[in-house]
Ligand binder design. Structure first.
Ligand code: TXA
Ligand code: MG
Length: 371
């Protein structure tokens, strides 16, 4: 049992020493907080799986200080990978490349590949540079629960299990990195993130033209698996990101019926009093207001229904990109908040399902709904 301390930059040396000794530390990144271990510390790597309750076949992302570090971890560093890192790093891009011999099998869960990312959060970057470290770090949540986007979230999940949580403010992006694999001649999307499939496709088109290499983009996230096929990214097969409260999505922009059958699903919980959390833009959209009052009327006399509203940091009059970024930044925090409030259900808006800018947000939201 540890007396877990939330520390800031002034304790950076202590944090570095702890990591070098094989301890685990929760660290801030621009996507979500990570649970970090020095990749040369076999026991620490094992502990990541233990502490998180993470299945041992789910490999870890290794975080590096700069592009110059990459060759130490890969068998070869293809030009496309170099260019991708140059274009999108430091930042929320993870590349899966062929792994160099001699690195721990725990990191890659026995796969011949390794996932590498160069994070942008200034404090995490400083930690990697100052400690001359390569840090394996999954998201710092217990397996199956929403990823932490603040030091407080890490504390809730990992209190007593690790010595330090490095405070770095709330994560700017709020959703995990985009994971892509180089599998010539394909650039394969394994997990959508802030860098969208459109960004990647546009980049690749230009690269192919300039370098005269043959590559095409393949989205393995939207591809349905057949029969006994295994997913390219082991992490994709697990139910993820789910809070205890039931999550119900509603369309933010359409006139279609929203929250269909919600009354029945609430009644099926067989409780006298129910707590519903409603996540919305700054204003309450008309179609949602109408539907909520219909639900309240429908349940009157049957259960006592209480409502809590949580606002996403955007207005529906703002640009779509700003709306999606605001929703992404707060999604996990609000899912967790619903649990803190002891909510039975949380309803959360989705955007146009075809909108590629929202692909990562939708991916996490619908997984949280158990779909
Ligand atoms: O933004 C992020 O990526 C955060 C922060 C902490 O950097 N980390 C994160 O790690 O989300 P984690 O462990 O929660 O997710 C890693 C994902 C999993 O889906 C895993 O299966 C996949 O990356 N992955 C890791 N190594 C892989 C490999 N060699 N081949 C295929 N997928 C891999
Ligand atoms: Mg995770």
């Amino acid at each position: 049992m540890y007396n877990t301390r939330i520390v800031d930059e002034s304790a950076l040396n202590e944090v570095i020493e702890a990591l070098q000794k094989g301890e685990l530390v929760a660290v801030p990144t621009e996507t979500v907080y990570g649970l970090a271990a020095d990749i040369t510390q076999e026991e620490a790597l094992k502990n990541i799986f233990k502490v998180k309750g993470r299945p041992s076949d789910n490999p870890l992302i290794v975080h590096l200080a700069s592009i110059e570090e990459v060759p130490k971890y890969v068998k070869s560093f293809p030009l496309l990978a170099k260019r991708l890192f140059e274009r999108f790093s430091p930042g929320p891009l993870t590349l899966v490349l062929e792994k160099r011999e001699g690195l721990s099998d725990l990191v890659s869960a026995g796969l011949p590949t390794i996932a590498l990312r160069i994070p942008a959060h200034p404090l995490f970057s400083k930690l990697l540079k100052k400690g001359n470290l390569a840090l394996a770090a999954p998201s710092a949540n217990l397996s199956g629960f929403p990823s932490p986007t603040s030091a407080k979230h890490c504390y809730q999940d990992l209190q007593g299990k690790i010595p330090f949580i490095l405070e770095g403010g709330s994560s700017e992006i709020g959703i995990e990195s985009t994971v892509v694999r180089l599998n010539a001649p394909y650039l394969e999307l394994l997990r959508p993130g802030h860098i969208s499939s459109t960004d990647l496709e546009n980049f690749l088109k230009q690269y192919v033209q300039e370098e005269q290499e043959v590559w095409s983009f393949k989205n393995l996230v939207t591809q349905k698996l057949k029969g006994d096929e295994t997913p390219a990214s082991p992490g994709m097969k697990y139910r993820h990101y789910a809070p205890k409260a039931e999550v119900s999505p509603y369309a933010l922009e359409t006139k279609e019926i929203v929250l269909e059958g919600l009354e029945d699903r609430l009644l099926a919980k067989n409780k006298k009093a129910l707590h519903l959390v409603v996540v919305k833009p700054q204003e309450l959209p008309e179609h949602l207001a109408q539907r909520l009052s219909q639900i309240q009327q429908g349940l009157q006399g049957k259960v006592e229904l209480s409502l809590t509203y949580l606002d996403f940091p955007f207005s529906i009059t703002e640009e779509k990109k700003i709306q999606i970024e605001g929703a992404s930044k707060c999604l996990y925090a609000y899912l967790k908040k619903a649990d803190d409030l002891g909510a039975d259900m949380i309803v959360v808006p989705h955007f146009d399902k075809e909108d590629r800018q929202a692909e990562a947000y939708h991916n996490r939201l619908f997984k949280a709904c158990g779909r």
